[in-house]
Design a protein around this ligand. Structure first.
Ligand code: DPN
Ligand code: ZN
Length: 261
């Protein structure tokens, strides 16, 4: 599996801008969300459909950057409400994590990071496919969920962990059954909202971000499985897949909304 970008460039993720001009623009993600500066705004509740059905047809893969679950099931999981304009189709979810509990998330909350962050990527049904949607303002909606480490296994997260041994090398997708709704924080109507970008190349500024302040718990055994079982290849070297997060970007006067019920 070859890719034009990686987290291992000599200049880190800052080097992405040399090949992808968009990665240099002004409304990039992730950002540090300063809660006291967020504007109070009550958005309507979210509607998630077919999130709770077993992800029949879903495929999990180590794509060399992350472990990603592609949602090809029918009917497709959809997201609406929450202040979004229209209906968005969920296409995939994936994770960003660190090599220790002190870092790993992409977004920060009040200067603090989390050991892991999940992204559920959706595109607007106004557009025929995700490639077209990512060139449009608000074409994508991503839900960002922080994870924190405890002693208890998260049984819902085992759907991912169980598959890791067969995902060691990049490529080679396999079937997976996860209940996405059960991977969300319990109160998914409390969130932060801002406009930003994909956190990987092409860094398109097409994303309506929803960031949940309430972290989901996983065990230290579970996150250590993620930190040790997957391999990536860069410049001919095989290394363990960790620290697949982008650095913080400037907020540049963007408004951040806080919808807390
Ligand atoms: N790689 C995804 C992320 O880290 O959030 C973003 C992405 C989604 C990039 C769809 C390209 C296409
Ligand atoms: Zn992501």
């Amino acid at each position: 599996l070859t890719s034009s970008w990686s987290y291992l460039e000599p200049g880190g993720t800052i080097d992405w801008s040399s090949k992808n001009n968009t990665c240099d623009e002004t409304f990039q993600s992730p950002i540090d969300i300063i809660t006291s500066e967020a504007i109070d705004k009550r958005f309507p509740p979210f509607h998630m459909e077919h999130y709770s059905t077993t992800a029949d047809g879903a495929r999990i893969v180590n794509n060399g950057h992350t472990v990603e679950v592609h949602l090809n099931q029918s009917p497709a999981p959809t997201l609406s409400g929450g202040g979004l304009d229209g209906i968005y189709t969920a296409v995939q979810f994936h994770f960003h994590w660190g090599s220790s509990d002190n870092y790993g998330s992409e977004h920060f909350l009040d200067g603090n990071s989390f050991p892991m962050e999940m992204h559920i990527v959706h595109y607007s049904q106004k557009y025929p496919n995700i490639s077209e949607a990512l060139t449009k303002k608000n074409g994508l909606a991503v839900l960002a969920i922080f994870f924190e480490v405890t002693n208890c296994n998260n049984t819902e997260f085992q759907c991912i962990i169980k598959k890791l041994p067969s995902l060691r090398n990049p490529g080679f997708p396999t079937r997976v059954y996860c209940n996405l709704l059960k991977l969300l924080p319990k109160n998914f109507d409390d969130f932060f909202r801002y406009s930003g970008s994909l956190t990987t190349p092409p860094c398109s500024e097409s994303v309506v971000w929803t960031v949940y302040p309430k972290a989901v718990k996983i065990s230290s055994w579970q996150i250590n499985q993620l930190r040790t079982q997957l391999i990536r290849i860069y410049d001919g070297d095989r290394t363990v897949l960790v620290n697949n997060f982008r650095g913080l970007q400037s907020r540049n006067n963007r408004r951040i909304y806080k919808s807390i019920i």
